[in-house]
Design a protein. Structure first.
Length: 78
């Protein structure tokens, strides 16, 4: 079998497979999963509160040497 003939047969088979797959996908109904309605969204609005932060430096001992490392702690306060 020559190379051109083999390529032609292979290409035709691939086109037939793609056409069959697309026609079966077009005929199938969409999956019915999940509710048809949207759930109410809960929003948290911390307007009367504000964020307070405290920061400091800590000495950390590492194998490469001593390092001065920043640390931070934040909380909400009214």
């Amino acid at each position: 079998m020559s190379g051109k003939r083999f390529m032609a047969i292979t290409s035709l088979a691939a086109l037939l497979l793609v056409g069959a797959a697309s026609s079966t996908m077009a005929q199938s109904p969409p999956p019915a999963w999940g509710p048809a309605y949207a759930r109410p969204r809960i929003e948290v609005n911390p307007r009367p509160a504000y964020r307070r932060c405290a920061s400091w430096y800590v000495i950390q001992y590492r194998p490469s040497g001593t390092v001065l490392f920043p640390e931070k702690h934040c909380w909400w306060q009214r």
